[in-house]
Design a protein around this ligand. Structure first.
Ligand SMILES: [Cu+2]
Length: 141
């Protein structure tokens, strides 16, 4: 016989809850020469029992980071802006080329291959998460 306890009293503290978020395979796509915007991609994995909501993103390389969703209509490509990104409980959110991504705007200097970009996430519950992301030509470089 298996007894499962689900009680708020058994929930881990904030520090542990934060560790339940993992960022997998993050990368910033190397922009073509002269381009002033960069896009960052990653897999956001949430192993906690509650959804996690990203309400703001910033980066130390750039003046602004926006949460975007690429949308194709015929031969046109649009980028829809999102105010927040929701990572469902015990699930993951994929940021990948052609879909959701982070747009890095106003870089202090052009990002070059193997640069590291520090990205900071603010969550709706007040927690924060930072990740260091390499600049690459492709996801599997
Ligand atoms: Cu974009």
């Amino acid at each position: 016989m298996v007894i499962l306890f689900f009680s708020p009293l058994l929930c881990p503290g904030v520090a542990i809850a934060q560790a339940e978020l993992t960022v997998q395979n993050p990368w910033v796509k190397l922009a073509p020469p002269g381009a002033s915007v960069n896009a960052a991609y990653m897999n956001l994995r949430n192993d906690s029992p509650e959804e996690k909501i990203i309400v703001a993103v910033s980066a130390d390389c750039c003046t602004q980071v926006m949460m975007h969703q690429t949308r194709r209509e015929g031969d046109k490509v649009y980028m829809d802006h999102h105010d927040r990104l929701i990572i469902p409980a015990q699930s993951e959110l994929q940021l990948a080329p052609g879909g959701l991504h982070l747009m890095l705007l106003g870089a202090n200097a052009p990002l070059t291959l193997n640069d590291k970009v520090n990205i900071h996430f603010d969550f709706a519950d007040g927690t924060q998460h930072s990740v260091s992301i390499p600049v690459k030509k492709a996801a599997d470089d």
